[in-house]
Ligand binder design. Structure first.
Ligand code: CA
Length: 424
């Protein structure tokens, strides 16, 4: 059925215009409830479609599907079936949820088996993450950091506009939204001190990022060209790269981030597919100087995805401290994947590739407290709860992201993390 852009498709499950999970989205995640083991589901409004239950009811007859992948506690095997199958599942669910389709809508018994209220479900890390890379692809963020810590007239290092800088991070300390993280302890070298001190970080920060999940593997020695990269990208989620700035400052030379980053990173639970983001493609930044041939690309490879960070102090309401957009990224995902594999590095299904902090050009769009409070010189007022240069114990960091359509949004849900006091 074709629809005009003015009348978006509707589901018989009602969703408000600002709901993250309308019928246009249908992201994949792993959920569990008191009586259902962890398994794949698709979000719609306030509900989750239990894909295994749908299959048992003979309503998920999609080419290539294997029943056993629908009861596993990670999406890796489901994703490994390939985009033809996972897109087929999404399309089938979309048909069943269409307002005019009575198959599930008018069968109360079936609805009870197939639909789970999101409020009763506990979300899990959706993929078994084998490897995790963190890029550094926002020119505004890299410029801000370079300005603060090196040279305002020479903020970007000489390689920055020639390759998407990145590092390999720790995969097993990536947790799902809602998991609290303890303030880390470590070595710091306070300004003017003669020797390092040890203790809880005094500069705990967030980094506003998105990450893509790979859906196809390569062998060692194989490279992915930019024009094929989207075949390898299953979807995106929000990524909060928690960072201890004082620990980072002392440890990072010469090999880069280590204990300042590996104590916990937080992801949103739903993987929004590239297909759901298709209407929101944008051109992205002009790249000057020209990139080497293996990083060249054609067409719109960036996405218009609005991002927001709020700090919710203990006992208070969320206070928005940043509004940014994925479109600000200088390097796009296709270039990141091409660069990651250009030397023959293999990739696996379920790998995570984070964008790096996404800052925009204006102070209101900076993606970390380091930049928002400009190295502590411009504290942020949290009405009724003092001010923040960094994150306090008891604060909850809440990230949100969505692509805005006409009358609906394709959203990511929350990426939320409460900071607990350090263990003393
Ligand atoms: Ca980062």
């Amino acid at each position: 059925m074709t629809r005009s852009a003015e009348t978006p498709q509707k589901s018989w499950i009602e969703t408000a215009p600002d709901c993250d999970f309308p019928i246009q989205n249908l992201p994949f995640g792993i959920f569990r409830t008191s009586d259902r083991s962890a398994r794949p589901g698709i979000a719609i409004g306030d509900y989750i479609v239990d894909l295994s239950a749908l299959f048992q009811a003979n309503l998920l007859n999609v080419r290539g599907i294997i029943a056993s992948v629908l009861t596993q506690p990670y999406l890796n095997d489901l994703i490994s079936l390939g985009k033809n199958t996972t897109n087929g599942i999404r399309e089938r669910v979309r048909d069943l949820l269409d307002e005019n389709n009575p198959d599930v809508r008018d069968n109360l018994n079936l609805r009870e088996r197939v639909l789970v209220r999101r409020s009763t479900a506990e979300m899990q890390v959706p993929v078994q993450i084998g490897d995790y890379t963190d890029f550094y692809s926002s020119i505004d963020h890299a410029t801000n950091v370079g300005t603060m810590f090196r040279d305002p007239n020479n903020a970007l290092l000489p390689n920055w506009k020639h390759l998407p800088v990145g590092y390999h991070g720790r995969a097993s300390s990536i947790v799902v939204s809602g998991t609290p993280i303890r303030r880390p302890k470590g070595q710091q070298m306070p300004e003017g001190a003669e020797a390092p001190v040890f203790g809880p970080t005094r500069q705990l920060d967030f980094e506003l990022e998105v990450a893509f999940v790979t859906g196809k593997s390569t062998d060692l020695g194989q490279s992915i060209p930019t024009e094929k990269a989207e075949d390898y990208i299953f979807g995106l989620l929000l990524f909060d790269d928690l960072s201890a700035r004082d620990i980072q400052k002392w440890e990072y030379v010469p090999l880069g981030p280590f204990l300042a980053k590996n104590f916990g990173s937080v992801i949103s639970p739903w993987i929004v597919t590239l297909e759901a983001l298709e209407p929101f493609r944008v051109k992205g930044a002009d790249q000057d100087p020209a990139v080497l041939p293996y990083l060249e690309f054609e067409g719109k490879k960036n996405y218009d995805i609005q991002l927001e960070v709020a700090i919710q102090p203990a006992g208070g309401n969320p206070h928005v401290v940043s509004k940014s957009n994925v479109r600000h990224l200088y390097w796009n995902m296709c270039q990141q994947l091409a660069h990651q594999t250009v030397n023959g590095c293999n990739i696996n299904v379920g790998d995570l590739y984070a964008s790096g902090t996404i800052s925009g050009p204006d102070p209101g769009s900076y993606g970390s407290m380091l930049e928002i409070a400009w190295k502590g010189t411009k504290p942020v007022k949290i009405p009724g709860f003092g001010e923040r240069k960094f994150i306090d114990d008891g604060d909850v960091i809440i990230m949100r992201g969505w692509a805005q359509g006409k009358g609906y949004r394709v959203g990511f849900g929350e990426c939320r993390c409460e900071i607990l006091p350090a263990i003393t």
